[in-house]
Design a protein around this ligand. Structure first.
Ligand code: HEM
Ligand code: HEM
Length: 169
């Protein structure tokens, strides 16, 4: 059964670990982003950077790069092995909303580190602005995403949230 229908029952352990690591990394970015802005501005001006700013600035760069790696790995796993089905009997609009939200979240999880890395390494101000502009949409989408999974769990009483916590056997 497991061989003929991979991923039909739930997410792989890898996919689940990567999901929650990405959540953790985004929380870290929420905490450290002001220092990154300070480090960026000081570097552009050629000004001195204090130890705290440099440390948190580099945490931002490393954590952001890890988001890119984790998102690409998760996408690879998803395409190689498939994903569990969306809950049956869901209205079309809800299914559509979930799918669009997922696509947009993946797009931002890739675009933010790419624009950040290019802006930082090539010192391109316009890319830094695009990087900055993507933050609010990410927060809005994640808010929608969390609300959606809570509605699935508490209102529709599906196993969507549970299967993101427990890998398929
Ligand atoms: C998904 C991963 C990432 C997220 C969520 C993220 C988030 C943020 C946020 C919220 C800001 C502050 C924007 C503002 O208020 O002005 C910021 C600034 C910045 N980030 Fe990231 N970042 C990520 C990855 C990276 C990476 C990998 C780099 C590589 C160097 C990077 C470089 C920068 C730079 C240079 C700024 C300053 C931009 C400016 O002030 O115009 N970020 N980032
Ligand atoms: C920074 C925060 C978060 C990000 C970036 C994020 C991102 C994602 C992504 C990209 C997917 C994959 C969808 C797919 O491959 O089809 C996903 C699935 C999922 N996420 Fe999140 N997520 C976040 C926070 C959360 C939180 C806090 C919860 C729980 C309250 C949650 C619950 C779920 C569930 C249940 C799924 C599986 C959906 C399904 O099986 O159809 N996520 N998330």
């Amino acid at each position: 059964m497991a061989i003929s229908a991979p991923r039909s029952e739930g997410w792989s352990k890898l996919s689940i670990v990567l999901h929650w690591l990405i959540v953790l990394f985004i929380v870290v970015q929420f905490v450290d982003h002001e220092w990154m802005v300070d480090m960026w501005r000081a570097t552009r001006r050629g000004a001195e950077i204090d130890f705290t700013t440099a440390t948190w600035g580099w945490v931002h760069i490393v954590t952001g790069t890890l988001v890119l790696i984790a998102a690409l790995l998760r996408l690879w796993d998803r395409y190689a092995n498939g994903r569990p089905p969306y809950p049956a009997g869901e209205p079309n609009w809800a299914l559509w909303l979930a799918k669009v939200t997922h696509v947009l979240i993946y797009a931002i999880l890739i675009l933010m580190p790419v624009t950040g890395l290019l802006a930082w390494n090539l010192m391109i101000g316009e890319l830094a602005e695009i990087h900055e502009l993507l933050w609010t949409p990410l927060l809005v989408l994640v808010g929608l995403h969390i609300a959606g999974s809570l509605v699935q769990h508490f209102y529709f009483k599906t196993d969507v949230l549970r299967r993101m916590l427990r890998p398929a056997q």
